[in-house]
Design a protein around this ligand. Sequence first.
Ligand code: TNX
Length: 531
Amino acid sequence: MTAVAGRAVARVATEVGSTVSMRDVVPAPATVAPADGVVYALRPSTRIYASPGAEAVCSYLAAMLRRATGYPFPVADAREAATDEGISLLLAGADRRVGAQGYQLDVTPSAVVLRAVRPAGLFAGVQTLRQLLPPAVESATVEPGPWLVPGGRIVDWPRFSYRGAMLDVARHFVPVPAVERYVDLVSRYKVNHLHLHLTDDQGWRIAIDRWPRLTEAGGCTQVDGGPGGCYTKDEYRRIVDYARARYITVVPEIDMPGHVNSALTAYPELNRDGRAALPYTGIEVGFSSLCVDRELTYTFVDNVIGELAALTPGPYLHVGGDEADATSLADYVMFMERVQRIVASHGKTVVGWHQIAQARLLPSTILQYWATTPVDPSVAAAARQGNPVVLSPADKTYLDQKYDADSPLGLTWAGPTSVREAYDWDPGDFLAGVDPAAVLGVEAPLWTETVRSSSDLDYLAFPRLPAIAELAWSPAATHDWCSFRRRLATQGPRWTVMGVDFHRSEEIPWDVPGSPEWSVLGVQPGPVIPT
Ligand code: TNX
């Protein structure tokens, strides 16, 4: 394109104005300073500049922008260019407050400059930048534009370092492409941990070389029958790599000593009577248990944990520990103390559902709190001793609960949970006697008893997942339901473009343009009416 044509695009762009406001971002950024009337326009000639170390995020951004704009977006070395034109991703010069995970974004008429300390921060900034572009930027095919970014500055960093989404791939098997799609979706909301609930009574989903029947037999079932499925080690690695490319750490879970019926169907010798358990396709919990007084059980656990630890680059290994109603308390405590040592011997940090606090904990063990009551003395005591807590109170964060009585999918035991109920609580002030500094983060689990497809998954997760993600990322000072529902509404058109089958909750003003600025900046002037 010629320089003259380029200027013409810029002029048209400025006249039309951006349809998006810096105040619409989800999760709400820590600080936002819009520059009224300023826009940056992507052009066919726009280049993206990467400083050393920023290349991967640059390629990701370029690929994303190329898809919908059709522009080439060549990536160049930032050291060979000034930062006053094009888009720059720099691992230097950010406001110090951004820390390891945050970023600073400056948008002027001539440039977009994204700065961070680490690539993960740049990646978070790219998610903000994509939300500042029109929804059509999410299109898989070329759209006409204009591609405008509203001007101003965002300096942003997370409230909590652990921001999680859990996927139960055991109750209904979730194939690799659907997991990747979920990873893509949650990464847009700055989630940085994917907890995979890999095993449960209804299915065993991860191949273990030394115990092959776990998947051969234990992987062939799921809730309501159906073929089930499992991940080969290569497929699991593919998920880990896909998540890692989006700065998401996979946290694999092997649920023990309960929730193990699928293992007990595969190996008779793990059962007390030496007979294989029958496959289970219902949705009850609390009926199965490993034999905690047998050495073979610990050989099994050590083999499984060892192989999974070797496959997993992240620091965590989740050992479950919930609803072990078929195990006596004394046995549970003894088992969980030994299991923690096994995990540590394979170089990983233990995560467990909060019942594990009944056992003696390693100092590093992380508790995931799922109950609905804000009082738990053993969790509070553990937190006081330094054990970090991830919050997943079931009545607020469990995405598998119905929204309301009319929801076609979902369970009800902890809900129903409206979008407002998912959003309107403070993780820093939730658990009695737990200092906010002990809260490592927040996680939204998606159990899949009623989930049979990506569309089911979309329905339950959207729009509640962004609500939980915002609690995990945004400072408490930004917490405001009115602002949130308005900003959330601006995500709707993006999900429509992406084909996300979200729940059009009546609590959210989907049809109303998101921000006050929208009507000023976005609406084309109508004809002048003579007075
Ligand atoms: C409880 S809370 C479970 C899961 C179920 C879920 C259904 C917890 C750690 N376990 O086994 O799938 O409820 O909502």
